[in-house]
Design a protein around this ligand. Structure first.
Ligand code: BTN
Length: 244
């Protein structure tokens, strides 16, 4: 574990280590109290109050995955976080879910974001930097964030950050080993059942069109499968669907 007081972004720091070509052990974690330029999905920034939350990146070498299977890593990481939070938070298990593709929710609020950056060489995924921002003890958020929450806000009490880190790492490790042992398919059902709004008829904007549909799973390449009221199934990538 490389523990930093401050850095621009732990994902960038991890990428720089890989670029230098040093021998970095798989599972090395870069963790920082403060990120000056934390990055989120879709070019957004990730803002986290220093010292209150977990912001870290894990270096992995998932050479056993083909580039077309890269969403399997996201599934394993998401399930690791969900299963940890289900033990740590005093709420109904079903409230802790994966908002496809990369957010972890408690109820209708986001508690954790994931940013996975992969390097592909030939037909293999050679390097992955798995960035995780988990809101632990922060209780006030900028109004510009749509729906943030934290473990503290959910449980109504503060957490020992070091203990959260250790426990969470245990869950992530276990899921990564399952993936590495080739047992991904074991996780598919659990992943689908853990999806935010799984099986609920709701409104979505799909490829620009408003429709009522229910989430019924993920296809082989990680696209969300929505089933409309008339039974039509639509496979969407993340730019093609808006949750309303
Ligand atoms: C998102 O929800 O948009 C993804 C957020 C990912 C944030 C984490 S914090 C640690 C790592 N370093 C970064 O710059 N981003 C990720």
């Amino acid at each position: 574990m490389i523990k930093l007081d401050a850095t621009t972004s732990t994902n960038d720091y991890a990428q720089a280590l890989l670029t230098k070509g040093e021998n970095i052990a798989e599972g090395t974690v870069v963790i920082a109290d403060k990120q000056l330029m934390g990055r989120g999905q879709r070019g957004n920034s990730w803002v986290s109050e220093p010292g209150l939350n977990l912001t870290f990146s894990i270096i992995l070498y998932p050479k056993f995955l083909r580039p077309s299977d890269q969403f399997e890593l996201s599934k394993a990481i998401s399930l690791g976080i969900v299963s940890y939070l289900r033990t740590a938070l005093p709420v109904n298990l079903s409230l802790i879910s994966v908002k496809w593709p990369n957010d972890i929710y408690v109820g209708d609020k986001k508690v954790c974001g994931i940013l996975i950056e992969n390097l592909v060489s030939g037909a293999k995924l050679t390097h992955s930097v798995v960035g995780i921002g988990l809101n632990v003890n922060q209780t006030q958020f900028s109004d510009s964030l749509p729906n943030p929450t934290s473990m503290h806000l959910v449980a109504n009490s503060a957490f020992d950050l070091e203990q959260v880190r250790k426990e969470l790492f245990g869950y992530l490790d276990a899921r990564y080993l399952t993936l590495r042992n080739g047992a991904w398919h074991k996780m598919n059902k659990e992943y689908a059942a853990s999806l935010y709004r799984f099986g609920e008829m709701r409104e979505y904007q799909v490829k620009g069109v408003l429709m009522r549909a229910q989430i019924c799973g993920i296809d082989d390449i990680g696209r969300l499968i929505l089933e409309s009221e008339s039974g039509e199934k639509v496979h969407c990538d993340f730019k093609e669907v808006v949750f309303s």
